[in-house]
Ligand binder design. Sequence first.
Ligand SMILES: *[C@@H]1O[C@H](CO)[C@@H](O)[C@H](O)[C@H]1NC(C)=O
Ligand SMILES: *[C@@H]1O[C@H](CO)[C@@H](O)[C@H](O)[C@H]1NC(C)=O
Ligand SMILES: *[C@@H]1O[C@H](CO)[C@@H](O)[C@H](O)[C@H]1NC(C)=O
Ligand SMILES: *[C@@H]1O[C@H](CO)[C@@H](O)[C@H](O)[C@H]1NC(C)=O
Ligand SMILES: *[C@@H]1O[C@H](CO)[C@@H](O)[C@H](O)[C@H]1NC(C)=O
Ligand SMILES: *[C@@H]1O[C@H](CO)[C@@H](O)[C@H](O)[C@H]1NC(C)=O
Ligand SMILES: *[C@@H]1O[C@H](CO)[C@@H](O)[C@H](O)[C@H]1NC(C)=O
Ligand SMILES: *[C@@H]1O[C@H](CO)[C@@H](O)[C@H](O)[C@H]1NC(C)=O
Ligand SMILES: *[C@@H]1O[C@H](CO)[C@@H](O)[C@H](O)[C@H]1NC(C)=O
Ligand SMILES: *[C@@H]1O[C@H](CO)[C@@H](O)[C@H](O)[C@H]1NC(C)=O
Ligand SMILES: *[C@@H]1O[C@H](CO)[C@@H](O)[C@H](O)[C@H]1NC(C)=O
Ligand SMILES: *[C@@H]1O[C@H](CO)[C@@H](O)[C@H](O)[C@H]1NC(C)=O
Length: 454
Amino acid sequence: MESQLPRPHGTSRAATLWLLHSIAAIALAACSMSDVQGAHGNETDRLALLEFKAKIIVDPLSVLSSWSSSHHYCQWHGVTCGRRHQRVTILDLQSQELSGTISPHIGNLSFLRVLDLQNNSFYSRIPLEVGHLSRLLHLYLNNNSLSGPIPPSLSSCSNLVSTRLHNNKLQGYVPANLSSLSKLRELWMGDNGLSGEIPLSVGNFSSLEYLHLGNNKLRGTVPDTLGNLRNLIFLSLAKNNLVGNFPSSLTNISSMEALDLAINQLVGSLPLDLDITLPNLQFLSVMYNRFTGSIPKSISNMSQLNDFQITSNSFTGDVPSFRKMSNLLFLGIGSNYLGRGLANDLDFLCSLTNATNLYYLGIGNNSFGGEVPKCIGNLSIILDMFVLEGNALSGTMPSSIGNLINLEVLSVSLNNFSGSIPPEIGNLKKVKELYLAYNMFTGEVPHTLGNLSI
Ligand SMILES: *[C@@H]1O[C@H](CO)[C@@H](O)[C@H](O)[C@H]1NC(C)=O
Ligand SMILES: *[C@@H]1O[C@H](CO)[C@@H](O)[C@H](O)[C@H]1NC(C)=O
Ligand SMILES: *[C@@H]1O[C@H](CO)[C@@H](O)[C@H](O)[C@H]1NC(C)=O
Ligand SMILES: *[C@@H]1O[C@H](CO)[C@@H](O)[C@H](O)[C@H]1NC(C)=O
Ligand SMILES: *[C@@H]1O[C@H](CO)[C@@H](O)[C@H](O)[C@H]1NC(C)=O
Ligand SMILES: *[C@@H]1O[C@H](CO)[C@@H](O)[C@H](O)[C@H]1NC(C)=O
Ligand SMILES: *[C@@H]1O[C@H](CO)[C@@H](O)[C@H](O)[C@H]1NC(C)=O
Ligand SMILES: *[C@@H]1O[C@H](CO)[C@@H](O)[C@H](O)[C@H]1NC(C)=O
Ligand SMILES: *[C@@H]1O[C@H](CO)[C@@H](O)[C@H](O)[C@H]1NC(C)=O
Ligand SMILES: *[C@@H]1O[C@H](CO)[C@@H](O)[C@H](O)[C@H]1NC(C)=O
Ligand SMILES: *[C@@H]1O[C@H](CO)[C@@H](O)[C@H](O)[C@H]1NC(C)=O
Ligand SMILES: *[C@@H]1O[C@H](CO)[C@@H](O)[C@H](O)[C@H]1NC(C)=O
């Protein structure tokens, strides 16, 4: 999703600079000695804002039209000042379709607490001068087209609470000394082009709750020091080139609610006691890795789990019961080697009938044998995707399939189903994709199928 950048064209930058210098000269000349501190400070802010404006070359919504001498800068669109000092404390220009670079003069807004430029088309580097903003609490530069490295000088913004740099084109390493930011609770750096290894110092962030490093080019193993982040709630390392085992140090983080390790090259088996070590986990994805072994039985005890995604690994053996997992919304266990080709392989499906909000159930491309149990008719009424393809299932398709009236995708192809296709399949009025091929179905395609708007 690369946003198409307007080509920077030669603005009258020189002219603007000249103008600013003239204004500065006049302002400085006008300021009385007794007023020096205040006037100096607020004039710096005004000039910094004008410099910032000068680097913005596309402003289709004309949000910066109020940024002129006819208004005090505290009244300019997106600018909030502190009451007492009239210094800029918030610069909020999110989602304004702005394009340009971020002026280094931003670093002169020394009272800034919030810099929110998210969801625009800013490009080029994050200026090092952001590191001068020692009062900054929230830095939101996500959803732009920023490139170059994450400036290590950010580590000087010692009051930062949240830093969102995700969804840009940032490159280079994760700066090791960022972790000196002891108040940082959120660090979003996902969806960039960051490379190298995750620095060991990541364990030094003492307040971190959200760490998003997903969709980068990080390699190496997941450092054990991550286990020191005892307040972590959300961790995404998905879509990188990480190797090694499931990071066992993570099992010391009982606060964890979402853990996304999808699309890496991790090996080995899952820890056996996730129910005890990560009791608050709601989201667990390890899909598209190289995990082996069986699905830990203790998963059955994780009643708070919403999403369990282990698609495309090499898991083997039986699938445990999901009886206690009534909060399950998404169950993806396809493309493994699960099942033993035996009659009771799909018994676990009946344990899913308690998951009344389940909307995705994918068990395709495994080694499941036996028949599909009738209880599938008692699966969640909101189920919209049910994928059984590519197994060794036999017998007839239960007519109770017709209860799942909100199904949009049903695939049972590439099995060994026999008998006739149940006419109740015509109840599935919302089906957009129905795959029945490569089975031993006999007889007619039910006339009720005519009701399907495929
Ligand atoms: C700067 O501050 C001084 C005194 O604190 C005030 O008189 C002056 O109006 C301010 N100027 C601006 C542009 O805010
Ligand atoms: C992002 O900005 C676009 C306009 O450029 C707007 O349509 C969209 O709603 C914004 N997204 C969010 C989440 O604010
Ligand atoms: C403002 O920032 C620029 C760029 O970092 C710097 O060169 C300049 O000295 C600063 N001006 C003031 C008044 O602080
Ligand atoms: C960022 O962009 C993505 C798509 O590129 C969009 O889904 C998301 O809502 C945007 N977020 C914000 C905060 O604008
Ligand atoms: C981190 O590194 C940068 C550049 O090397 C430096 O400017 C900054 O002071 C360092 N921060 C800390 C907290 O050591
Ligand atoms: C940060 O982490 C590194 C590596 O784990 C460690 O050697 C260093 O002492 C830590 N620094 C601080 C300031 O805690
Ligand atoms: C969990 O933390 C304890 C105490 O800090 C430590 O002894 C143990 O090695 C850690 N376990 C893992 C798997 O990192
Ligand atoms: C589930 O939890 C109970 C109580 O803690 C425990 O006795 C049981 O062994 C657990 N079941 C599994 C399969 O781990
Ligand atoms: C549903 O959950 C209840 C309470 O946990 C349990 O008694 C019941 O056996 C479960 N039903 C199925 C079909 O697993
Ligand atoms: C099963 O494998 C085939 C062939 O590799 C693939 O096209 C299909 O998408 C897979 N289906 C599922 C549900 O994973
Ligand atoms: C489906 O649920 C109903 C009502 O809870 C129950 O009477 C019936 O036996 C169930 N059917 C199957 C096949 O589990
Ligand atoms: C498919 O099922 C038929 C009986 O319906 C059986 O004779 C045949 O061996 C099965 N084929 C495979 C590949 O399992």
